[in-house]
Design a protein around this ligand. Structure first.
Ligand code: ZN
Length: 142
């Protein structure tokens, strides 16, 4: 299973992680998926409206509503959110896991960007399914 994403989109997400540091950045991945392959066609940067933005992310609800509307109008789907981890970890946190389970986001793909004062690391993708995240390969999209 793979998440295919443009190198330019990955670079933009990494730049957003650096710009937001020491807070978490966040946004939405829009595109399509079929048979275990997700294709990102658009990346939407969103405001992080979490009360503790250095440790949590919460996509601005207005942006989420707009993304759902755009998905209906364009035939795209909301693949899932991306966010950064300013502690430099590239795996879902316990909080991410608990939040995803509570919100019931089965089928969403999350992209996590590790970032520290020294810069951003390689983003990692995870599919949330049956109560847990499992790693997806990332493929460059032509
Ligand atoms: Zn997280």
């Amino acid at each position: 299973m793979t998440l295919a994403i443009d190198g330019a989109d990955l670079a933009a997400i990494r730049a957003a992680a650096v710009a937001a540091y020491p807070h978490e950045c966040c946004g939405l991945l829009m595109g399509r998926h079929e048979a275990g392959a997700w294709m990102v066609e658009e990346v939407i940067a969103c405001a992080n409206v979490a009360i503790e933005p250095a440790r949590r992310f919460e996509v601005d609800p207005k942006a989420l509503i707009a993304a759902h509307r755009a998905a209906r109008e364009t035939g795209r789907e909301l693949i899932g959110p991306y966010h950064s981890h300013p502690n430099g970890h590239d795996r879902p946190s316990d909080h991410d896991r608990a939040w995803a389970a509570e919100a019931g986001v089965d089928g969403e793909v999350w992209l996590i960007v590790p970032v520290t004062q020294a810069g951003s690391g390689a983003p990692q993708a995870y599919l949330f399914e049956a109560g847990d995240f499992r790693a997806l390969a990332i493929a460059a999209r032509a």
